[in-house]
Design a protein around this ligand. Structure first.
Ligand code: PMP
Length: 375
């Protein structure tokens, strides 16, 4: 709408309100009701709260990278479509030839792009509970309805209830984290296939933790009309770069590309990710070490009789403490300089649950020692 000049100049009467009233007037109630995503400070802590890969690169690789970064042209905008990086990721992540790729500033941004393209208050986003909190949060940002189907007691998927929820709510988008965060498990592949076959809209299989798991839907991306597969480099040791990937039918991705901000991947991310992917064997070796260490950490946790330890296909482990002990244990670990994630305040199935990221062997030992003392 173009404002027409007002020929009869009227006196404009603007009454300035105080800031609280102004916020109530202009900020949507559902945003006012939210709490911003909180990341606790972790200075001088053993950081086992955020599913990061704890390993650094070998010194020679760091030197080679610094040489490369010297030549990055910070005065220029980045390649808006990151063509070279996309091709490298296509190889590394085995994206099928018939699938298109869309890159995001972390997979968080891809979730945002998908929902922004749909953003309609009549439309529903469906997932399971508990799952990755950003599905729910970004749905709220987009002004849409969020519905979640509780997982079974062992955190497996209740497929019959999920299929009923699809029939009841006709979701525009379904998000399934595979493996799931914060539970760490893969769901039954046949159940996910049923969901994909039944869904009227898109199904996003979020494979953020793929590096630590043995299964994937990537082969189907590009062949199945309503399937998108999402990955990230964050769990492969590159969380600081902020780079996520979405693979699927070109027709869908062309729509999401319209809501992508033009230069969403900065020059340093593009150059560094390309460099890191050309040293894939270093990242793979780190992932392999994390998987081996995970087995050891699960064994150590399982020795503690008062805990229930859940199986993990990811780089973190969920465990349940005795009733009402999670907050106390979390605080005692923090006092001992070890930061994990307290999920108990989220309630529901996560009451009394804590989540620990698999760290380096000495970090895991420090965690187990402090945990035993905190019980
Ligand atoms: N999906 C899942 C299931 C996650 O747990 C996370 C981060 N913890 C993400 C997506 C976002 O990853 P990033 O934005 O770092 O790519």
């Amino acid at each position: 709408m173009l404002v027409q000049p007002n020929i009869e100049l009227k006196k404009i009467n603007i009454v300035k309100k105080n800031i609280t009233d102004s916020i109530s007037r202009w900020i949507r109630p559902e945003i006012r009701a939210l709490k911003a995503y909180h990341v606790p400070p972790a200075t001088n802590c053993v950081k086992l709260d955020a599913m990061e890969n704890p390993y650094q690169w070998p010194e020679s690789m760091v030197d080679e990278w610094l040489e490369l970064v010297k030549d990055v042209e910070l005065n220029r905008y980045p390649d808006p479509s990151a063509r070279v990086l996309k091709e490298s990721l296509r190889q590394t992540m085995s994206v099928p030839d018939n699938a298109e790729i869309l890159l995001g500033n972390g997979s968080d941004e891809l979730i945002q792009m998908i929902l922004m393209a749909v953003a309609d208050k009549e439309q529903t986003v469906l997932s399971v509970a508990p799952s990755f909190v950003m599905y729910d949060m970004v749905t709220t940002y987009a002004g849409m309805k969020y519905v979640s189907v509780p997982l079974n007691n062992d955190f497996s998927l209740d497929v019959d209830t999920f299929l009923k929820a699809i029939a009841d709510h006709t979701p525009a988008i379904i998000f399934i984290a595979y493996p799931n965060n914060p539970t760490g498990n893969l769901f039954d592949r046949n159940d996910l296939q049923k969901i994909i076959d039944t869904a009227p809209g898109l199904v996003v299989i979020d494979e953020a933790y793929h590096a630590f798991a043995d299964d994937s839907f990537m082969n189907e991306a590009g062949s199945v009309d309503n399937l998108l597969v999402m990955r990230t480099v964050s769990k492969m040791g590159l969380a600081g770069l902020r780079l996520g990937l979405l693979a699927g039918k070109p027709e869908w991705l062309a729509e999401f590309d319209k809501v992508r901000l033009p230069y969403n991947l900065n020059v340093l991310t593009q150059a560094t990710a390309l460099f890191a992917l050309s040293h894939q064997s270093v990242l793979d070796a780190q992932t392999e070490t994390i998987c081996k260490t995970r087995t050891h950490l699960i064994a150590e946790l399982t020795k503690i009789e008062s805990l229930i330890v859940y199986p993990s296909d990811a780089n973190f482990i969920l465990f349940r403490t005795e009733k009402d002990q999670a907050n106390k244990i979390f605080e005692k670990l923090k006092e001992a300089g070890i930061l994990i994630k307290n999920l108990s305040p989220m309630g529901g199935a996560l009451t009394d649950c804590l989540r620990v990221t698999v760290g380096m062997p000495d970090e895991n030992d420090a965690f187990i020692n402090a945990l035993v003392k905190s019980l």
